[in-house]
Write a protein that binds this ligand. Structure first.
Ligand code: XUL
Length: 530
């Protein structure tokens, strides 16, 4: 019998399934359902419910449940050998929360397969909609919680991140302040991940350390609920939160609902779900400290892994639990591809190939020119007033500006990941711009580290499937080294390795000091102006 594991990704816009065969080391099934298209009755736009207030972004937990039903019926229709699935885990969009009343546990334990999940779940919510990660309506609550915890550094040290509007704690506080009755009727608060795991297992599932760290409620060092953070957020909160658990925790066998309805193996175990970023870390194969992935998308994202928990005193980067039991970081630089594109277009450079040629034609470090690429308000470092800043750089020199923007972005990543105290020893590059070899050469030189390209379609769902395999092996008492679990599934593109040029790396060791000085100067100027 094939050893099959299922990973499900309940993301912002869609739900996906990836099935892996662990003996053949292959993905054997892969399917996505887009919420707006598959479930138009919920009237979501890109998975989000319309709202008059542009800061409010909610979605429907019933829609996510209906999508799960639909996904299983599609798998059955497509002939997936659901009877051979040994374990199921999943990934949920991080930070989103689901509010359940005191009926929920009983309903979950007795899901009726003759009805749909939606029909089963009708009476279990104490809040109809779920705030998701795109919501930014909790600035006041962020300030209140941060103040009670003693400021940015203290908040980040305690919970792994400064307070952020999308994080669950500030969202819970807003719910408590604006709908105190409904808050009082809430018996259990789930994350998207633990809610979906609860449906699968037919009981309230724990929150894993990966997703739990995205709440501003978990003690990031001890991995338990942080009493001060709970007290700063809302009364009686401890009672409403499920236990925290390791990411490989077996929640229990899959609910008979899915066995009877879809023919899932009755012995299939539900493994704790996690957030999409922790799952992607596994789906990208970042299983050891020092392994880093840089995603070059609209924004550039730096995913790191570390053994020992360090936090960012400036509160710009996040620390979550890694599903390996170690820690991971997520640092998001807003001015990514769009900023590169702005420079490309400003100089009339036709395509990325020509942009790459400009990088190759110029020498590392230019002539000491620095460009701070804040076309948009930036997250890291915090910049509220958009604008680019040039130092010793001729604005008329197209090629020098192409080099300077990429160097600036890479030096910013190097500078603003130093708090991790782990120098990368291997970087996986992903995302749209990762096929630009000259750009990756600048990355390798600035970081003084080899860079390999990796394809990441469905990294969160794949990571969830790999986590299901790992959780199943752990509970079966079998050896479950992460290297063996991810082997073949997360291999970088063959022959894609780019090595740093030692001479160039030396140039950047010097130039980064100047970059840091320029950044400090620009930030000081901006704060004086405001
Ligand atoms: C991370 C974050 C997003 C969501 C996307 O903090 O908010 O990456 O996880 O689903």
């Amino acid at each position: 019998m094939a050893k099959l594991f299922l990973g499900i990704d309940s993301s912002t816009q869609s739900i996906s399934a990836v099935v892996i065969d662990c003996d053949r080391r292959k993905v054997v099934y892969d399917k996505s359902l887009n919420f707006d298209q598959a479930l138009p009755q919920y009237k979501t736009q890109n998975g989000v419910l319309p709202n008059r207030n542009p800061l409010v972004k909610h979605s429907s937990p019933l829609m996510w449940a209906e999508a799960l039903d639909l996904l299983f019926s599609e798998m059955k229709k497509d002939g997936v050998a659901l009877g051979n699935i040994l374990a199921i885990s999943g990934s949920g969009q991080q930070h989103g929360s689901v509010y359940l009343n005191d009926q929920a546990a009983g309903v979950l334990a007795n899901l009726n397969p003759k009805k749909s999940l939606v029909e089963n779940l009708k009476g279990v919510f104490s809040r109809k909609t779920s705030p998701i990660w795109m919501d930014s309506s909790t600035a006041a609550e962020c300030a209140e919680i941060r103040k009670k915890l003693g400021g940015i550094k203290a908040t980040a040290t305690a919970t792994g991140s400064d307070t952020f509007e999308r994080f669950t704690g500030p969202q819970i506080r807003k719910f408590y302040k604006t709908e105190p009755k409904a808050y009082a009727q809430t018996a259990s608060i789930a994350l998207v991940s633990s809610f979906m795991a609860s449906l699968l297992a037919g009981k309230i599932a724990p929150i894993d350390h990966g997703d739990g760290a995205g709440m501003n409620l978990m003690d990031i060092q001890k991995k338990v609920w942080h009493p001060d953070a709970l007290a700063a957020t809302a009364p009686d909160l401890r009672k409403k939160l499920p236990p925290l658990a390791e990411s490989w925790k077996v929640v229990g066998p899959v609910s008979p609902y899915f066995v009877k309805k879809s023919g899932v193996n009755p012995h299939a175990q539900t493994i704790a779900w996690s957030g999409d970023n922790p799952c992607s870390v596994i789906g990208l194969g970042l299983i050891k400290a020092g392994m880093v992935a840089i995603s070059l998308g609209t924004s550039d994202t730096y995913f790191g892994s570390m053994k020992h928990c360090q936090t960012d005193a400036h509160g710009e980067g996040h620390v979550f639990g890694s599903p390996t039991g170690d820690y991971m970081t997520l640092i998001c630089f807003k001015n990514g591809s769009l900023a590169r594109e702005k420079i490309r277009d400003a100089y009339g450079i036709k395509d990325w190939k020509k942009f790459g040629a400009a990088l190759t034609a110029t020498k590392p470090g230019g002539n000491g020119g620095i460009l701070l690429p804040w076309f948009d308000a930036e997250i890291v470092p915090r910049v509220n007033k958009p604008g680019i800043h040039r130092f010793d750089l001729d604005a008329k020199d197209a090629a020098a500006n192409c080099r300077a923007i990429v160097e600036g972005q890479m030096m910013s990543m190097r500078l603003h990941s130093q708090w991790m105290k782990v120098a990368p020893d291997c970087i996986y590059a992903t995302g749209g711009a990762s096929d630009n070899v000259p750009l990756l050469q600048v990355m390798a030189d600035v970081m003084n580290c080899r860079v390999l390209r990796i394809e990441v379609a469905k990294s969160a769902a794949l990571g969830a499937a790999l986590r299901a395999a790992h959780g199943w092996l752990v509970q079966a008492g079998e050896k479950s080294k992460w290297e063996n679990v991810v082997a073949d599934f997360t291999a970088p593109i063959p022959n894609s390795e780019i090595r740093p040029n030692p001479k160039a790396a030396k140039v950047y060791d010097q130039l980064i000091e100047k970059y840091a000085r320029c950044e400090r100067e620009a930030l000081k100027r901006l704060s004086e102006k405001s």
